[in-house]
Design a protein around this ligand. Structure first.
Ligand code: GDP
Ligand code: MG
Length: 162
């Protein structure tokens, strides 16, 4: 089964989106200690295609305040392990240095990357999302993990590469 990883800095909404998509949780596979403790696995499907979803980061004693180096590690692991990567950013905060760092790591990988601009809860935030073109990806998907808008377009394109 294909593996899809959600990466991005803390608080962009990875876990909210993960929880929206998964139907059932899988056991946490503790393959690499110190890294996998921060990962949650689940199963999802779209248009009849099943895939495993990994939610990275943010499970350190209930805090999302994890080190930059740890995020980089999560991204490297996702690049190794996943067949496709959802790179999540936050329209409320705009582009951050950490987003640029993650983008750089992802652009070097050969894996398909889907840039999800989250927290686009209403149409008036659509134009704010445009600034994320600066991260250097061909396109981005404005989504709201809270109300679900935009996720269909993202998933349509995502399952095509699985
Ligand atoms: P993570 O650290 O990337 O896993 O982010 P979380 O899923 O824990 O979410 C961080 C914060 O952003 C929480 O307060 C969420 O309720 C909020 N959040 C997540 N998705 C959305 C969204 O689509 N819109 C808005 N307005 N807030 C969101
Ligand atoms: Mg989280």
């Amino acid at each position: 089964m294909s593996i899809v990883a959600i990466v991005g800095r803390p608080n962009v909404g990875k876990s909210t989106f993960f929880n929206r998509l998964i139907q059932r949780r899988e056991a946490i596979v503790d393959a690499i200690s110190g890294v996998t403790r921060d990962r949650h696995y689940g199963k999802s499907d779209w248009n009849g295609k099943e895939f495993s979803l990994i939610d990275t980061g943010g499970y350190v004693v209930g805090s999302d305040d994890i080190f930059e180096a740890e995020i980089d590690k999560q991204v490297e692991l996702a690049i190794d392990e996943a067949d496709a990567i959802i790179f999540m950013v936050d329209v409320e905060s705009g582009v951050t240095g950490m987003d640029e760092e993650v983008a750089q790591l992802l652009r070097k990988s050969k894996k398909p990357v889907f840039l999800a601009v989250n927290k686009v809860d209403s149409a008036n935030r659509l134009h704010d999302a445009v600034e994320f073109y600066s991260l250097g990806f061909e396109k981005y998907y404005p989504i709201s993990g809270i109300n679900g808008s935009g996720s269909g377009d993202l998933l349509d394109d995502l399952v095509k590469v699985l």
